[in-house]
Ligand binder design. Sequence first.
Ligand code: TEU
Ligand code: CA
Length: 554
Amino acid sequence: MNNDAKWWKEAVVYQIYPKSFKDSNGDGIGDLPGIVEKLDYLHELGVDVLWLSPIYKSPNDDNGYDISDYQDIMDDFGTMEDFEHLLSEAHDKGMKIIMDLVVNHTSDEHSWFMESRKPQENEYSDFYIWKEGKNGNAPNNWGSWFGGSAWEYDESKKSYYLHIFSKKQPDLNWKNAEVREKIYSMMRWWLDKGVDGFRMDVISLISKTDDFSDGKVDEGIYGDLAPFCINGPHVHEYLKEMNEKVLSRYDIMTVGETTGVTVEEAKKYSGKNEDELNMVFQFEHMELGNGKYGKWNDSPIKLSQLKEIFDKWQNGLADTSWNTLFWSNHDQPRAVSRFGNDGKYWRESAKMLATCLHMMRGTPFIYQGEEIGMTNAGFESLDDYRDIESINAFHELVDELGISKEKMMLYLKKISRDNARTPMQWDASEGAGFTEGNPWININCNYHVINAQKQINDEDSIFNYYRKLIKLRHEKPAIVYGKFQMLIKESEELFVYERSYEETVLTVICNFTDKNIPCELLREREDVLISNYSNRAVKELRPYEAIVYERKCR
Ligand code: TEU
Ligand code: CA
C-alpha cells in the first residue's frame, strides 16, 4: 500500500497547442471541434490528462498567452458550448482536461487594463504595476523577455506600466488583494464547470520585489529583471492563499511553470504539506545550451551535464515533492531534433528519448506531435516565422547587437518556438490532415513521411512505442514510484539509471550517440521490459539504442 499514491502521479499528460492541432472548418486555424474529432486518437494513445494551451479570448499578440477575457473563448477556437462539449466528451472517454492559467499578466485589451489606464482614479487603477518615469525615461533599465524595455509609457495615464513579456501583456499587481480575489473567483468558475486543474503560466513571476532599481547589464543596453521578479518575496504567500481559497477545495491537478526555480524553491512550491501546487516545471535541462545571448545560441551540450541536472532533480525532490518530466513544449524546439537525430536514426532516437524520460520518476508530459517524432520546422526565411519572441529577437540581435543575419537564421532554426508550433501532421494529404484551407503557419514539408496515419497501424512506429510506454507506466508501480539512482554518471554517451520499488529493479540504458557503445551492464538473462531494437544487444549498444531490464530480487 502506497500512502503517497495520487492520481496525478500516475497520469500521463498530453499537451495540446490548439492553434496547430486540428482545424475543423477550413480557416487554417486549429479549433475546439477539431480537438473533439481527435479524442479517439488520444484515447488510443492512452494519455490520462489533456493540457490545453490558452483557449480564452485574446488578440493573439502571443498566441493566446495575452488574455482579454478569462471567461470567454477565442473566436478562432469556437464557443463556450464547444468547450463544454469537448469537456464532456473527454470525460466520457476517461480523460481529464487541465487549463492553462495565465495570471501573471493579461492582455492590454482586457477590460481591467482599459479601466486601469484611465486618468481618473477607479476600482482598477491599481490592478497593474504603474511607475513614474525618471527624467523623461523609463523607471529603470529592465529589459522585457520579448525584447526592448520592460516598461511602456501610457499617454492617457501619464505613467509607465511593467510588462515582462510583450507590451500587450501588462503584468498584474498581485499585491492588490482585489486582483487576487478576482483571479480566485475566475478559477472557481472554471473548476465548477468541471475542469480538472491548471497549468499555471510563469507563476514564479507573480510577486515582484519592492526594489525597482536597475538590473545588471550583460549584453546590450537592458538590465536583467530576473532577480527582482523570479520567486519574489510574496509568491509562496499568494499560492498558499490560492490553495486555501480555491485549489484545496477540488480534486484537481496543478502544475506551475516556474521559470528560474531551484530545487530548494521547488520544494516550497510543491512540498509534502501540499499547501501550494502538486508539481512544477523546471527548465534547467532546457537552458543548458544557453550562452551570452540567452537561448539564441548553437553550441552543443554535454550529456554528462544533462544527466547531472536530471540526477539533481530526481533525487532532490524524491522525499518531499514530485517531478514533471518533459523534453518539449510549445516554447521549445522539437525533442528529436534537439536531443536525438532527426535524420538517419530518427525512429530509434525518438524512441530512445521517450524511454529515457518515461522511465524516470515524475509525471510525463507529451507535447503534441512528439508521439509521432515530429521534427523542427526547417524554415528558411524570417517571413515563415510567426512567433513574437523569435521575430523581436531577430531584430534585436541583428539590428542592435550586430549578429549576422545568417547566424541568427541558424539560431532560429535551432531554437525558435515556432519549431514546435507547425501544424500536427495527421496524414499525407495536402494540408497534412490538419486543414483544408491555408494554415496560419507553414506545415513542415516532411508530412508525407512523418504523419499519424502512417504510424497508427505500424507496430514498429514511434506512436505505438509511446503507447507501450504509457501502458507500462499504468501497470508497473516501479515506474511511477520507484527510487531513482543514476549509474555511470561520467559517460558522455550513455544515460543509465535504476529504479527500485519493493522487490522490483528496473535498469534503463540509453545510448545518446549514433555509434556502437560497449556497456558492461548489458545482461543476457534478465527480462527486457521494453527496447527500441527487436533483437537483443549483447556487448554493445547500437546507435540510439534504449533497453529496460526488469529484475525481481527478494
Ligand atoms: O513562457 C514563459 C517563459 O519564461 C518564456 O519566456 C520562455 O522562457 C520562452 O518562451 C522560452 O523561449 C510562458 C509561456 O509558456 C509562453 O508561451 C508565453 O509566451 C509566456 O509565458 C508569456 O505568457
Ligand atoms: Ca478552424
